[in-house]
Design a protein around this ligand. Structure first.
Ligand code: PMP
Length: 429
């Protein structure tokens, strides 16, 4: 419409990446959203869409849940940011710990990227080693060290260097520390590579459910156990990045889901009930020994102006109460299950080579490949056609992000999911 064309032009003038930086999930069909409620967003032209992006994960209870809105409204008039822990942030941390006992200590951050970066700092300070290892296709945020092999398909096993960055002082290129890229869901090869680099690795970081570039596949419990054993054998800190799946996979988190306890975890997205809030934490000896108040323990600097701000804490705590007292998680999971089942049925009927991955409220569609367990499988599919189909749904009133896994919320009804399936059916045809 004229309204969205006008915004497109203005975005290109003011934002260096134009619309692709702002509406990156939907280029070349930017949808400029002005309001949202439940499972729906409304754009500048007054058009409704079933939302499967859900703020890229945080909105487990859908948009504008009344309990969350009320908590934020109350908090906003009382106090916005004292820039220090509050009774509410301490209580929220205690409640999170009660669900996730492996969080012997935790520290809030604003974003998932800060949480993963800080967890790696703790691992480096605790081990005195620099190198880290990550898994193909896993996403850990915008920090330089992690931007290796997330959306590219470089060789695994060989340490990779992220892009050189400019050193501010001398403007000379500075190479970042090497990152070892490991195969996902391949217990034997991953364990062998961890052993090979064992004495140099500070941390191995992994996603319990790989990001969409990695297929949106849950880790196999035996794979997670093998990674746990290999890291323990070499004194390497194992970090679970649960930023996307924290609370979604169950309130007890991925360690309960996989039966494997890491040394540190990073949680985010749903933690703030839609507002910016994340955390990292885990073993008390690691956290206290690097961030603690004891003399000599302060090796890692971690701070932020807006960290544990009361608005985010209020939204997160209100959201957790709903998750604890209603069957919200079950509803979100059921919507995800209905979507996966419906897609499988459609694909069967169409005779297309394709597969559907995901778990609970996380869903991913892959065309042109019959099985997906990791990034290599994703790349062997027809990425162009998959993106075309998902973007094609936009015309039919469904926002399905082509580069982020689709997520359902407690507010997605059977009718909403059926509307999504109808759009996918049309796009496939
Ligand atoms: N880790 C994972 C697994 C994520 O999904 C994301 C965000 N997509 C991040 C880290 C980074 O979090 P943020 O965008 O809040 O910095």
């Amino acid at each position: 419409t004229a309204a969205s064309k006008d915004l497109w032009t203005r975005a290109e003038r003011i934002f260096p990446q134009g619309v692709s930086g702002q509406a990156k999930f939907f280029t070349p069909y930017p949808v400029f959203v002005t309001s949202a409620q439940g499972a729906y967003v409304t754009d500048v032209s007054g058009r409704d869409y079933v939302d499967l992006l859900m703020g890229a994960g945080p909105l487990l209870l859908g948009h504008g849940h009344p309990a969350v809105v009320e908590a934020v409204r109350k908090q906003a008039v009382s106090m916005v940011n004292p820039m220090m822990p509050t009774r509410a942030s301490i209580e929220y941390a205690e409640r999170l710990q009660a669900h996730m006992p492996h969080l012997e200590r935790l520290r809030f951050t604003n974003t998932g990227s800060e949480a993963t970066r800080s967890a790696v700092r703790v691992a480096r300070a605790a081990t005195g080693r620099l190198k880290i290892a990550k898994f193909e296709g896993n996403y850990h945020g915008s920090d330089d060290a992690f931007l290796v092999s997330t959306h590219s398909s470089r060789l695994q096993g060989t340490p990779q260097r992220p892009e050189p960055v400019l050193d501010y002082a001398g403007l000379s290129p500075r190479l970042l520390d090497e990152v070892v890229v490991l195969p996902y869901n391949d217990a034997e090869s991953a364990a062998a590579l961890i052993a090979e680099h064992g004495s140099e690795l500070a941390a191995v970081i992994m996603e319990p459910v790989s990001f969409s570039s990695g297929g949106g596949v849950p880790a196999r419990p035996e794979f997670a156990a093998a990674v746990r054993a290999a890291t323990a054998a070499h004194g390497i800190v194992l970090i679970f990045d649960e930023v996307l799946c924290a609370l979604r996979l169950g309130l007890a988190g991925a360690p309960a889901y996989l039966g494997v306890t890491p040394d540190l975890v990073c949680i985010g997205k749903a933690l703030g009930g839609g507002l910016p809030l994340a955390a990292f934490g885990g073993r008390a000896d690691l956290m206290d020994g690097t961030l603690g108040v004891a003399a000599g323990a302060r090796k890692v600097f971690q701070s932020g102006t807006f960290t544990e701000n009361p608005l985010s804490v209020a939204a997160g705590a209100a959201s957790l109460t709903v998750l604890e007292t209603e069957d919200a998680l079950t509803r979100a999971d059921k919507a995800g299950e209905r979507l996966r089942d419906g897609l499988r049925q459609l694909l069967l009927e169409s005779g297309a080579t394709a597969t559907v991955t995901g778990v609970g409220s996380i869903v991913q569609l892959h065309l042109g490949v019959s099985e997906v367990h990791n990034r290599r499988d994703v790349l062997s599919g027809d990425l162009r056609q998959t993106a075309d189909v998902l973007l094609g749904c936009v015309a039919d009133g469904v926002l399905w992000p082509p580069i982020h896994p689709a997520v359902t919320s407690s507010e997605h009804t059977d009718a909403d999911i059926d509307r999504v399936l109808h759009a996918v059916d049309g796009a496939l045809a």
